[in-house]
Write a protein of this length. Structure first.
Length: 462
């Protein structure tokens, strides 16, 4: 009788199936609305220290909990883990690979006994798949399924909200932009000190060019170097960096300084860092050597400039303009307009297109890139957007209006935090990156006014 009418039954609902579906819905609610009263009570009682998907029934479950646990198999059949840091996901026992049979992996089990967590498949300290390892361990089709999964691109994204708020404060500080930009780069580990270049395989020698005693890490180059520490010590700041602890974090140090809310302090620190870096480069590239008091004088000359031309650029954070224009329009003076698009082909690749223009309509940069394809067109567009924002920062464009012709991505921008899809994950990466700009806006435009980016994305695939 519970069979559908087309199949010869009477279409009655199976009471058992109906009840299971209702309980499974409760389970889904527990997963997605983590701060509901029920979720908080159940978490405190039954899975205080573990994620919901690893919760067990426990020894004396309440009626509610044991009923909900009874319907868990329904979700186990269709749910999969979304890769964030990958630390909580077991490579072999969890369901985490979209497109794989049962969302699980079947190859590579015997490869390496220590290989357990998905985080081990990422490059150390980075949110990027370790392509070489994955291709080595898994069968080709499973390897490409893994490599298609977008991972959250920001190591800083997982840090606390207090840290993520500092960029806005940094950009508002009264200091000249190039000093702030250097600091921003240093915090994101993209200042080309020797240790960073060795990691990227660009040079082979990481020894500090100034003192020749130690590896030139960021902390060494800006603070600990015996040629640099006297600069700090003899400056009006009297900071002593002769013995920098191993766990010194530039980001945390910066956030402490910004928390003081003292423009003089912040400006002095930023300009000193800039002058230190300038002296280092003059030595490396022009073989001109300047004593440390020169660095101090240089910093103070920059600092006085900093206070007179301090506030430039209006902050447009969080603003969103609705699109609909059929032709491309130049941005306001001082802003760079970035158009971005993705093109998905029938094969295993997708193309990204990027074009940046100023208020006179002059092209400042174009880029096209090929990437392993994404599972949906919207996801491809979201990944192209993330790539474009990162690229803009790398190019030094700190005030941008970004246009994209995917309405889904622009919609996801406003409610990414309430969803747990990969689209929302990639969009929330972009939201995070967008906080690093002085000025930022995102708008949806018609395909017709995004033709240049569209052309470049298709060009990437040709
Ligand atoms: Zn040194």
């Amino acid at each position: 009788m519970a069979q559908p009418k087309e199949k010869g039954g009477l279409g009655f609902r199976s009471f058992h199936a109906f009840n299971t579906a209702l309980l499974a819905k409760q389970w889904w609610r527990l997963m997605t609305v983590e701060n509901s009263l029920m979720a908080r009570v159940l978490k405190a009682c039954y899975f205080r220290h573990s994620p919901l998907m690893e919760a067990t029934k426990g020894s004396r479950p309440s009626y509610t909990w044991s009923s909900i646990m009874g319907a868990r198999w329904v979700l186990d059949k269709g749910c999969l883990w979304r890769v964030g840091t990958g630390e909580n996901i077991n490579i072999w026992s969890h369901q985490w690979v979209p497109g794989a049979a049962g969302f699980r992996l079947f190859s590579g089990h015997n490869y390496r006994p220590g290989l357990q967590r998905v985080s081990q498949l990422l490059l150390p300290g980075r949110r990027e798949w370790n392509h070489a390892l994955i291709r080595q361990v898994f069968a080709p089709h499973e390897a490409s399924l893994i490599l298609q999964i977008p991972v959250s691109g920001n190591a800083l994204a997982s840090s606390s909200g207090a840290i993520s708020g500092i960029w806005k404060v940094l950009w508002q500080t009264k200091s000249i932009p190039r000093c702030k930009e250097l600091l921003w780069r240093a915090c994101h580990d993209i200042v080309p000190v020797r240790a960073v270049l060795v990691n990227r395989g660009i040079v082979t020698d990481s020894i500090c060019p100034l003192c020749g005693d130690d590896d030139e890490t960021l902390v060494h180059a800006f603070f600990g170097c015996s040629e640099v520490a006297p600069v700090w010590f003899s400056s009006p700041l009297f900071m002593d960096f002769r013995h920098v602890p191993d766990n010194f974090s530039l980001v945390q140090w910066l956030s402490q300084i910004l928390k003081e809310g003292d423009d003089w302090l912040a400006d002095s620190v930023f300009t000193l860092l800039w002058a230190i870096w300038e002296r280092r480069n003059k030595w490396c590239f022009d073989h001109q050597w300047y004593p440390f008091d020169f660095v101090l004088r240089r910093a103070s000359s920059l600092a006085s400039v900093g206070f007179t031309v301090g506030d430039e650029g209006s902050v447009l954070h969080g603003q969103r303009r609705e699109g609909g224009n059929a032709t491309w329009r130049p941005p306001q003076s001082g802003i760079i307009k970035v158009n971005v698009d993705a093109s998905v082909s029938a094969g295993s690749l997708m193309g990204y297109g990027y074009i940046a223009r100023n208020s006179r309509g002059e092209v400042l940069a174009t880029a096209a890139a090929k990437w392993p394809t994404a599972s949906t067109v919207a996801l491809a567009e979201a990944m192209a957007l993330r790539w474009a924002l990162q690229l803009s920062l790398d190019l030094g464009f700190f005030a941008v209006d970004v246009e994209i012709d995917s309405k889904m991505v622009v919609d996801a921008w406003s409610n990414h935090s309430r969803q747990c899809s990969y689209l929302a994950l990639v969009v929330s990466d972009s939201v995070f990156i967008s906080q690093s700009f002085h000025s930022f806006s995102l708008a949806h435009v018609l395909r017709a006014s995004n033709m240049a980016a569209d052309f470049l994305a298709k060009f990437a695939l040709s």
